[in-house]
Design a protein around this ligand. Structure first.
Ligand code: CA
Length: 230
């Protein structure tokens, strides 16, 4: 799950980025409205944290431009204290949620998780596929109730597939959502991560759809086929 943070206060931006990173998200940062607008327009994010008071281009304009261009990613806006009119402008411009400064980082993380989940159509914080469970609050994975230890990249691949478990995910889509913009994106590494995940959670839980990508399946319901089900 890849998040964009647009915030001009460097300390606050770093603090949010590091907390989101610890929570298992990949994070891109923009220090002003122009760069933020460009990134949100050209990349695919699972959610955006957008400050409204920004240099070069204000947050409400950034959001309006994204929405009029058809970008539908969930956006949480950050507003200054006692500026209730900012919240209204933010929501009117297409924001999905807002937080008033100062805020607790834990609350921001919880709200971002909820936005990402709802955008993918899930109400519960625990994502399940048969006896495979991903608790997105604790970044915890269990199979038949037994904890499975994953690296951060393996967790990101699994969490993304679990959020979108009703469909096939292509390698390029996975790459877009598990790496930040500066990472050397090599599609072969995705196969390596998927291979390791299969060893840890069970070969039969990730179906390869030849030429299309991967899909999380419940082997008790959908029989695993090494050649793909297509
Ligand atoms: Ca600001």
């Amino acid at each position: 799950m890849r998040i964009l943070i647009v915030e001009d206060e460097p300390d606050l931006r770093r603090q949010i980025a590091s907390a989101l990173g610890d929570a298992g998200f990949v994070v891109d940062e923009a220090p002003d409205g122009e760069e933020g607008h460009f990134l949100g327009d050209s990349e695919n994010y699972d959610a955006v944290v957008l400050d409204l008071g920004l240099p070069r281009l204000d947050g409400v304009s950034v959001l309006e431009k994204w929405r009029s261009a058809g970008k539908v990613m969930p956006v949480l806006v950050l507003t200054a204290r006692d500026r209730w009119s900012d919240k209204v402008s933010g929501l009117n411009a297409g924001a999905d949620d807002y937080l008033t400064k100062p805020f607790y980082t834990e609350e921001l993380i919880a709200r971002v998780r909820a936005l990402v989940r709802r955008a993918a159509g899930h109400a519960s914080a625990t994502l399940e596929c048969g006896d495979l469970q991903v608790d997105t609050r604790a970044s915890r994975v269990t199979v038949r109730g037994e904890p499975v230890k994953l690296t951060s990249h393996e967790y990101r691949v699994l969490a993304y597939m679990m959020h979108h478990r009703d469909r096939v995910i292509s390698r390029s889509e996975l790459i877009e959502h598990i790496y930040d913009q500066d990472f050397d994106r090599d599609s072969n590494t995705i196969e390596v991560f998927v291979g390791r995940l299969r060893k840890k959670i069970g070969q039969e839980r990730i179906q390869t759809e030849r030429g299309l990508g991967y899909r999380i399946i419940d082997p008790a319901v959908t029989p695993y086929s090494p050649e793909g089900s297509a």
